[in-house]
Write a protein that binds this ligand. Sequence first.
Ligand SMILES: Nc1ncnc2c1ncn2[C@@H]1O[C@H](COP(=O)(O)OP(=O)(O)OP(=O)(O)O)[C@@H](O)[C@H]1O
Length: 267
Amino acid sequence: MTRVDDPVTDLIVFENASKTFVTPNGPVEASRDINLTVERGEFITLVGPSGCGKSTLLNMIAGIFPPSGGKVLYDGNPVEGYNGHVGYMTQNDHLLTWRTVAANIAVPLEIAGLSRGERRDRVAELADLVGLTKFVDSYPSQLSGGMRKRCALARLLAYSPETLLLDEPFAALDAQLRLRMQMELRSIVHSLGKTVLFVTHDLDEAVALADRCAIFTRGPGTIRTVLDIPLERERDLMRLRHDPRYVELTATLWDEMAPDIAEEEAV
Ligand SMILES: Nc1ncnc2c1ncn2[C@@H]1O[C@H](COP(=O)(O)OP(=O)(O)OP(=O)(O)O)[C@@H](O)[C@H]1O
């Protein structure tokens, strides 16, 4: 039975949310009638053709701009202005090249006004969480691609965001490194109980990481289907490729995407 004082489990709600940009060349309709509910602690992946409005959806949750129509709610309230509950990471890690790993991770802690001692302890904790303890004194130019991502992830977590908005964060990594980062990300977000919205063009990644996968139509994007991924929370991503359920789910996702892929080829 739901009690009045139960916490709201629907953390993010899109209700017929639409976005049209006004540009010098006329209006650009990016999203149309988006309906999606994300529960606290869920890992949702977003897939769809290029330009279908996936980043636009993340931007609306972050409060970078409001929807032109419909509603975007966070924890029961309309998102108005920047949403301080979310952390945003894009394909570019935006590390400060003149700062060490420790000093990069410390940026949000400095902004939050933590003392030097508190910052040192928190940076050590975050560096340990992402496996960068030995590299805290290195500069970004001395790091591998995966280490840079880990550093950016630690800095994002330093803000203590409730929700992570990740826009193709591993797109530039090679297959092995990407798999490692996927395993680490899942383990970190589950241990910390974060809610995640993760945009990807990689359909294998979309299945491997998600509790549910939202599939967009070609722009103006609307959500065609939300695919349930009924795999265990604690899943071994290394062995997943051999799991018949994974193989079938990935095939279903490819089938769902087929009309748009065929259309793209015909253009
Ligand atoms: N600030 C903006 N001003 C004008 N048009 C925009 C703006 N942001 C996005 N658009 C347009 O809205 C549409 C959706 O863009 P969006 O970046 O959300 O798509 P996407 O699905 O994330 O694309 P991709 O997979 O290529 O990153 C595109 O036509 C894009 O050109």
